[in-house]
Design a protein around this ligand. Sequence first.
Ligand SMILES: [Mn+2]
Length: 333
Amino acid sequence: MTRYGPMYGPDITFLGVDRCDLTDPASFEGADVVILGAPFDGGTSHRPGARFGPMAMRQACYLAHDGSRPSLALRVDGLKDIRVLDAGDVECFSGDLETSIRDIEAAVHTIAASGAIPVVLGGDHSIALPDARGVARHHGFGRVSMIHFDAHADTGEIEFGHLYGHGQPMRRLIESGAIRGDRFLQIGLRGYWPGPEVLSWMAAQHMRSYEMTEIVHRGLTECLTEAFAIALDDCDGIFLSVDIDVCDPGHAPGTGTPEPGGLSARELLDSVRRICYELPVVGLEVVEVAPPYDHADITALLGNRVVLEALSAIARRRSGDPWDPRRPLLDGR
Ligand SMILES: [Mn+2]
C-alpha cells in the first residue's frame, strides 16, 4: 500500500490532530482512534465526487485547527480526552476498484489490529466492504454487528456487470460472512430502489431495515432502541456506517445520489451520539460526502460533525462517567 498524506488538497489532518504513519507501528501505538481517508469514488452509479470527501471533512470547521473540540453536550473533548491520530489517505486510483478495496481493507485491518478504532472518511459507499471486513478480520467474522444509516439498501447483486460498487457492498459483506445478515440493521431507507427481487434476498438474510415511514410513525428513538437490542445480541462490537444521504438533501445536498424525505442533521447527530455512547463501536465510516454538489459547505460540515459527535461520545463512554441527556448545560438559579 502506498500513501502520501492526503491525496487531494493541502497536507492537513482532521482538525489538526497529530498524524501517524501506518507503515510505522510506533507512530500509532496506544491510539484510541485512527482516522483514515479513503478518497475513492470509482464505484458510484451516478454523480462522482466523493473522492474529495476526506479533504472536505478534515477541514470543514470555522474554529481553529488546534486538535481540540470540547463538546457542550457531552462535556468531554473528543480530540484530546482520547488519543486521536490521522493516518492520511489510502492511495486510491478511482479507475481501479479492486486494488483500492484491497489496500483500504489492509489499512483498516492494521488500525483495528493495533487496538484502535478506525474512523474512515469516504469516498463512495463501495468502501463499506473493505472497512467492515477489515474490522471483522480482527474481531472475527460474524462477531461484529452493522448499523447502517442510508437512504439506500446497498444490497444490489450485480450493477453494470460488476460485483463491486457503491450499490452492492452490504450484499458482499453478508456473502463473505464478515457481517451476519441477522445482525444487519439499516436505518433511513426510502425512495424507489431496490425492487422486489433484492428485497426478498434481504428478507432471506434476516436483515432488519427501517424505512422512513416506519421511523416517522414509531419514532426514531424507539426504532434505534429496538435496533440496539438486536445489534448487541451475541456480538463483540458494532460497525457504524453513515452514508450522508440518509439525511434529507436539504440537510446534505453535497452527495451523489440524493433522495428526498430523509432524516434531519439533528436526528443523525443524536443517533450517532447514542450509538457511540451506548454501544461498543469498533469501527465507523462516513461516506458519500461529494463536495462538487455541496452548497455553503453544508454537507462537509455535517460530515465533520458526525465524526466529532462519534469521537465525543466514545470519549464520554470511555470516561466511565454516566451521561444524562436531560442535564442542563447551565442553570444559574
Ligand atoms: Mn446512499
